[in-house]
Design a binder for this molecule. Structure first.
Ligand code: NI
Length: 387
């Protein structure tokens, strides 16, 4: 069974919503206009219940099937954009300087709205479908906020599914894997305190820049010399701030960055090793080193049974040869992970074709992916909730 005819018919309308959202990107939890647009559409489709303000600015639409009581399946899209200046030059480009939908969440919202419209029209299932629109995926943990606000219990959600577009994967193809599919993220800030002084008399100082420079190099050994090479870990130092003058050795230097892992024990090892290295470098240079280490999103873990199910649904939409069921995990983070910690489910990728990469200023969601994504959502709901 290929793409649904109705989903293909709706493509232009859904692309219109997508382009409208693309013009007015909003960040983090401040997705007020986007949430209002979603709310208005869900009400117009005749959803049985539309709840707003869940997880601050999240929106949920509940659509009951016409075949009686049963379980509720949650389908989730993310609504937020990124602090990037768009360079696509598209007629529907962002009208807000410094903000853009560079991760395709505009497309995710539009596709889930399209599925909601279809499911509210047909209601060819038992139980209910909860369409979940979350804020603050790109940092902020909006998915976690919605779970903490009672998302799962309030709507009786027993399984939850997510979808993200993937540049480089041809349109019409899907990709998934069981188990860890996206990384756990952690952020660190390391402050090196030395003793400042005249740059021409370094012997009278404790130079925090030299100590921090050694630290940047030493941190690379977490991946190269501490963790088993077969395991996955990323340690990236992404900030290095120190000093203001040509002739002054400053008092402090600050470095910061991110750690990505796919297993809890590797995450623990990476953090402990970072702290040990800091203690050692501090002793070697006579500096004081303070480490702030914050675990952020957990691993996005695809539950095995639901992953097979999601792959089978994708295969009914796209054909078996178009579904990659054992892709490599990605070291990016994803806060759908919190929903997958709360309920069984799976996170799948839909092909975005040869577009610029995610978070790139030339990226654009591919509207040709819409019928595939909408058909996936609809088939998933109808099959999971077949009476
Ligand atoms: Ni994204």
């Amino acid at each position: 069974m290929p793409v649904l005819n109705r989903a293909a018919e709706m493509q232009e309308e859904i692309a219109g919503w997508r382009r409208h959202l693309h013009q007015s990107p909003e960040l983090g939890f401040d997705v007020f206009e986007t949430a209002a647009f979603v709310e208005e559409k869900l009400k117009a489709f005749g959803c049985d219940d539309v709840v707003t303000g869940l997880g601050k600015t999240g929106v949920v639409g509940l659509i009951r099937g016409r075949r009686g009581d049963g379980a509720t399946v949650g389908l989730r899209a993310d609504m937020d954009a990124l602090p990037i200046n768009e360079i696509t030059g598209k007629p529907y480009a962002s009208t807000v300087p410094g903000k853009m939908h560079a991760c395709g969440h505009d497309g995710h919202v539009a596709m889930l709205l399209g599925a909601a419209k279809y499911l509210a029209e047909t209601r060819n299932f038992s139980g209910a479908v909860a369409v979940i629109f979350q804020p603050a995926e790109e940092g902020g943990g909006g998915g976690n906020e919605m779970v903490k606000d009672g998302l799962m219990d309030r709507f009786g959600i027993h399984k939850v599914f997510g979808m993200h577009n993937m540049p480089g994967l041809p349109v019409g193809q899907f990709a998934i894997r069981p188990g860890a599919v996206m990384a756990a993220t952690a952020e660190f800030t390391i402050t090196v305190r030395g003793r400042g002084g005249h740059a021409a008399m370094p012997n009278g100082t404790i130079d925090p820049i030299v100590a921090a420079s050694q630290l940047v190099g030493a941190l690379q050994t977490i991946a190269s010399r501490t963790v088993d090479p077969i395991e996955s870990v990323v340690v990236s130092v992404t900030k290095f701030h120190a000093g203001d003058a040509y002739n002054v050795i400053p008092e402090t230097a600050e470095i910061a960055g991110t750690v990505r892992t796919l297993k809890k024990e590797i995450a623990k090892t990476a953090q402990q090793r970072m702290r040990d290295i800091c203690v050692g470098i501090a002793a070697a240079f006579g500096a004081t080193i303070d480490v702030q280490y914050n675990d952020n999103y957990p691993v996005t873990f695809n539950h095995p049974e639901e992953t097979v199910f999601a792959g089978d649904i994708a295969a009914t939409v796209a054909g078996d040869a178009q579904v990659h069921r054992e892709i490599q995990p990605l070291m990016g983070g994803e806060d759908f992970s919190y929903m997958l910690e709360a309920r069984p489910g799976a996170f799948i990728f839909v092909g975005n074709g040869p577009s610029a990469g995610l978070h790139h200023p030339a990226y654009d969601f591919n509207d040709e992916a819409i019928p595939h994504g909408v058909s996936y959502w609809v088939k998933l709901a109808e099959t999971a909730l077949a009476a």
